[in-house]
Design a protein around this ligand. Structure first.
Ligand SMILES: NC(=O)c1ccc[n+]([C@@H]2O[C@H](COP(=O)([O-])OP(=O)(O)OC[C@H]3O[C@@H](n4cnc5c(N)ncnc54)[C@H](O)[C@@H]3O)[C@@H](O)[C@H]2O)c1
Length: 459
């Protein structure tokens, strides 16, 4: 099938390359000509495991091309996936201006039948608005369209894997034609009948559930899913605080709680809170949708409040150890909002760093992938060439993104090069016993009494 994917960001590029890999002819459009130039010259402008190879292979096979003129793609492709950003406005509403702009371009240029699929995360009833928009502005008599919702659930860092092996594919439609086209597009994924480009041996893969709903419900499924996951994180963070207060171990509590199949083990990891381009904004947008619909969403406002207070709590832990921060040299391991991505949007690490800077601390940071993106938004810190350089001479080291690379570091060396061997672990990345064995002062989250330290004198 000939498919246009509008927006070549994390979701659009993975979707475009994935659809090409399962046999479709895909034109990926982005109005940022710089990104299109990078992609057409064989480069990538963000880090996502497995994606570069997938893009190159499908470009080489002539199943995937990149352009910046939407009208060219509309001429060739009856199916359009909209994957543009929907960032938060000041008031928490989703900013739908990019989506609306794409809709305008479609109504100006499209001829014949098109299936317009919203893959961007949008508030419930956006599909209805799109239908109304096309009814009002699609004044070309040759233009006919169906609108569908197909929310995306991929996770940055494992986005390619998630594309090929989703838990479910949800489509919101109001015509059989739209449902049929979407089933045809996703047929190889639903049957898991493609040669997997990620795993050499996937084994017997079960069929993927195909959930067909009305458009409103599909839109709601996405916001409800992300809000529920965010709720799990805030819940375990609340429990972690109690564990710390009473001397219990949140890791053990979370492990046993998660063994209950009704609850599940995922998203029960305490820390400095959730960030990224999805959870914070989707939660806010869902709260706004609830409010605008007269529903009591106090529960989710609390989820948000607890998450924001994680940063205050972590700063308090730092100050409990270092007292005055002005002039103190502090190392930071990790800038991305989570490992295996270079995305720093709403990263808790950057939130902590901004607070440290406001208090006059000298911050030296390292991240395996996210330094360029972080530099663009927080230029005023020192960026280090590796994790050891960030630790060198530091009076405290903050572990804020759980990259595997940090687990493999030579901790004896880290101990020797720090001015004070104090590690504050915002992700409970390291086992306490290991840190104690190396002689570190070690502060973590909810794993028993606070700041249980090794008693060795600081050299
Ligand atoms: N990033 C994720 O993990 C993730 C997961 C699920 C859903 N989503 C949702 O998917 C959507 C896209 O997210 P993303 O992270 O890929 O965003 P992104 O910012 O990485 O990418 C959006 C892209 O759209 C392009 N764009 C904007 N306006 C355009 C226009 N008028 N024409 C052509 N291109 C245009 C931008 O240049 C950019 O490259 C959002 O609604 C997001 O909430 C994201």
């Amino acid at each position: 099938m000939k498919i246009a994917v509008i927006g070549a960001g994390y979701v659009g590029l993975i979707t475009a390359a994935g659809l090409a890999e399962i046999g479709h002819q895909v034109i990926c459009v982005d109005d940022d000509t710089r990104k299109i130039e990078v992609l057409n010259s064989g480069g990538m402008f963000f880090y996502e495991p497995n994606l570069g190879d997938l893009v190159k292979r499908n470009q080489g096979a002539k199943r995937l091309e990149f352009i910046s003129q939407v009208e060219v793609a509309l001429e060739k492709c009856p199916v359009i996936f909209i994957c543009v950003g929907t960032p938060p406005l000041e008031n928490g509403d989703a900013d739908l201006s990019s989506l609306e702009l794409v809709a305008r371009r479609i109504s100006e240029h499209a001829r014949g039948y098109h299936l317009v699929i919203e893959k961007s995360t949008v508030p419930v009833q956006t599909g209805r608005r799109l239908q109304k928009h096309f009814g009002t502005y699609g004044n070309n008599p040759l233009f006919q369209c169906d609108v569908a919702s197909n929310p995306e659930f991929l996770r940055e860092g494992s986005g390619v894997e998630d594309f090929f092996h989703p838990d479910r594919i949800v489509v919101g439609v109001d015509s059989e034609r739209a449902a049929g086209l979407l089933e045809e597009i996703y047929h190889p994924l639903l049957r898991q009948s493609f040669a997997c480009p990620v795993h050499e041996n996937c084994g017997n893969r079960p069929r993927v559930p195909f959930v067909v709903t009305d458009i409103n419900s599909a839109e709601l499924i996405k916001h409800a899913s992300n809000s529920f996951l965010a709720m799990k994180i805030s819940f375990i963070n609340m429990v972690a605080d109690l564990c710390e207060a009473v001397g219990a171990d949140v890791e053990k509590v979370a492990e046993a709680v998660g063994m209950d199949r009704r609850i599940g083990a995922g998203f029960l990891r305490p820390g400095v809170g959730f960030g990224g381009s999805c959870f914070p904004k989707d939660l806010q947008a869902f709260v706004r949708v609830g409010r605008n619909s007269g529903c009591d969403f106090t529960l989710l406002r609390e989820v948000e409040r607890i998450n924001q207070s994680r940063i205050d709590l972590f700063i308090k832990k730092i100050k409990d150890e270092l007292w005055v921060l002005r002039g103190k040299r502090i190392g930071v391991w990790g800038l991305a909002f989570k490992p295996r991505t270079d995305d720093v949007r709403f990263s808790p690490s950057l939130a902590v760093i901004r607070r440290l800077l406001a208090e006059g601390a000298l911050v030296r940071a390292y991240d395996p992938q996210a330094m360029e993106k972080a530099k663009a938004v927080v230029p005023e810190i020192e960026y280090c060439s590796d994790a050891y350089a960030a630790a060198e001479g530091a009076e405290a080291l903050l572990a804020l993104t759980e990259w595997e690379e940090f687990l493999r570091l030579d901790l004896t060396k880290v101990f020797q090069i720090m001015a004070r061997p104090l590690i504050l672990d915002g992700r409970n990345m390291f086992p306490r016993a290991r840190m104690a064995a190396h002689g570190f002062e070690y502060v973590d989250i909810g794993r028993g009494s606070p700041a249980r330290k090794h008693l060795q004198m600081v050299p």
